[in-house]
Design a protein around this ligand. Sequence first.
Ligand SMILES: *Cc1c(COP(=O)(O)O)cnc(C)c1O
Length: 408
Amino acid sequence: MPAKNSLKSTKPSALSVDESAILQVYARMPIVFDRGEGVFLYDTAGKEYLDFGAGIAVNALGYGNSTFTAALKAQIDKLLHISNLYYNAPAMEAAKKLAHASGLERVFFTNSGAEACEGAIKVAKKYAYEKGIRGAQIIAMRNSFHGRTLGALSVTGNSAYQKPFKPLLSGVKFAHFNDTHSVEKLISEKTCAIMLETIQGEGGVTPASQSFLRDMRALCDKHDLLLILDEIQCGMGRSGKMFAYEHYGIKPDVITTAKALGCGVPVGAFVLSEKVALQSLKPGDHGSTYGGNPFACAAVSKVFDIFDELGVVEHVARLESTLTKALQTFCARYDFLQEVRGKGFLQGVQIRKSSKIQAKDIVALAAEEGLIILSASQNVLRFAPPLIIKEEHIALMQERLDRALARI
Ligand SMILES: *Cc1c(COP(=O)(O)O)cnc(C)c1O
């Protein structure tokens, strides 16, 4: 008898899937990826896919960048891990580069995005605690996504994700994204922070409006609250700026980053202004065994070097309109596609709700045509390619997506 979760019998012989030992929490596609090269992926049957998903906005440099992999190999040979009881040079170097790139001053490295959000929440609570506030409250946004750990889940505005795990953190209130009044109404003397994604990713690829983000900055200034921007998905060059908040002429007090920070090596960080650092987490308040280890930090450090050398951020800004125009042609051609939203290489195409077409069905057809794209919420197609794609790849994406859409 075949294993319960084996797809062997229904799939081509090259696809050998036996996940009988894996906890079933993901809705996976029946593809086993084997290797990557540039902006292409290959499955175990040798089929080629153009990658416009980048491992969910992680693989900014695509696959097999030899400068990057050589730096990783060199660090593996030198020192993989050392505890935070000691210093290590890659962490100090990576922190300087991240601080400089983010416009903020103090970095704490984590192992994931969710942990970066956990840290940011602790910063906000401690900042309030130092001011004498007990039972601090945080204002977060509906439709947001900050991760699956309990703290990050508490500020994630998705009731389906939250429901089975209640009670979560108390004192979290949800406002409507891009609605200043809905935030203002929730502010009390216990509020310590406003937390949002500069561009909502999982929720449907929705950028904060100019006025909304400026209003959030003004409200935080007025009430001495921390403005926490989650840039885990939209940061690291993806929006056409190093961090998406740079589009808005404001500065946050705290940012969270991960995903493309390590370009495939699991690492995240939260970054604070000097002022907030001095008034929040002190020695003993936070820590991580792996966080900031030499291997992860060698990756981060090299990512910044390569971004500089290749002019990655400028490249994204230059090609943004080529990508958005390509996506807009689909909206003109296919009735069920409504509009294109996003910034840089984080773009969403809204599927008309009345069409009843699910994003995941188009994502599956695209994969059959050799194109990897993502969904966001139930009816948004999400495009998050490696940041190194060229015009010819956008043209190839158009060809393959067109074939997929024609089959709907
Ligand atoms: C992916 C993501 C997270 C969570 O990151 P993990 O590394 O999966 O924990 C948090 N916030 C945003 C905006 C994300 O896109």
